[in-house]
Ligand binder design. Structure first.
Ligand code: 16G
Length: 240
């Protein structure tokens, strides 16, 4: 079954075997994979080798361990193109998933210097601060912290934020969204965010910062989002 003469390390061969059994549906999302002992016997290798293969797949996000219960196949990550300026609601609906939000904070405040600059606000202009957990099929995917100029959205309220912000911007507020500049970086989740995202520290996240503009060039939102790295894979098409 395994090729012991191959220059490909045995643990990598086991990883590949498990990966193909996951992708062909033999082990569907949520299913338990065989125990370390069973795999050790089935492959005729040491327990260390099996453990190394499984640990690599756990670190890649394909499997997850539950203490005392075993190792299970993770739900596949959402593949999110970085090209179009879509909303969370649109992205999840397009994948046949049900989006929902938990509004943690909503209120007016004076922005800090950086947000004020990014939104090109005068000294006394206020922002709405919105903090939402975004769910897909009831799984927490991301925390979004959004700053919006009050002068652009005087009618913004909690009901709106239970649904799609972009539907409100384009529908109710009748503004045309132009584009955005985004920055993305990897980080370990902060302790307070770990609880909100239902993960245990240490846990990898992707931080995206988006500054969005209307089609007339006026900035309308600054968003700092923390995405669970086990739920997202960002893709982009590039040309030379
Ligand atoms: C996305 C955007 C966020 C925007 C939100 C609106 C990124 C990094 N963020 O999550 O900037 O505010 O969609 O979603 O893509 P909604 O219309 O569903 O409220």
């Amino acid at each position: 079954m395994l090729d012991k003469q191959s220059p490909i390390p045995i643990y990598v061969q086991i990883e590949e075997r498990l990966k193909s059994q996951i992708s062909d549906g033999r082990f569907p999302p949520g299913a338990a994979i065989p125990s370390e002992r069973e795999l050790t016997e089935a492959f005729g290798v040491s327990r260390m080798t099996v453990r190394q293969a499984i640990t690599n797949l756990v670190n890649e996000g394909l499997l997850f361990r539950e203490k005392g219960r075993g190792t299970f196949v993770a739900v596949p990550k959402v593949e999110q193109p970085l090209s179009g300026m879509t909303s969370f609601t649109e992205d999840m609906l397009a994948r046949g998933m049900k989006p929902s939000n938990q509004l943690l904070t909503f209120g007016k405040r004076k922005p800090d210097k950086q947000v004020a600059e990014e939104l090109q606000l005068e000294a006394d202009e206020e922002v709405f601060f919105v903090e939402r957990i975004r769910y897909a099929d009831s799984i927490p995917m991301a925390i979004e912290r959004t700053y919006l100029p009050v002068k652009l959205f005087p009618e913004l309220n909690e009901d709106v934020l239970a649904g799609s912000l972009y539907v409100f911007v384009e529908g109710t507020a009748r503004l045309k969204i132009g584009g955005a500049v985004q920055k993305m970086e990897a980080a370990l989740v902060k302790r307070e965010d770990a609880e909100l995202l239902h993960v245990e520290t240490p846990f990898s996240v992707l931080i995206i910062e988006r500054i969005s503009k209307l089609s007339n060039g006026v900035p309308f939102e600054v968003v700092r989002s923390t995405y669970r790295a086990d739920r997202y894979k960002f893709t982009s098409e590039i040309q030379r």
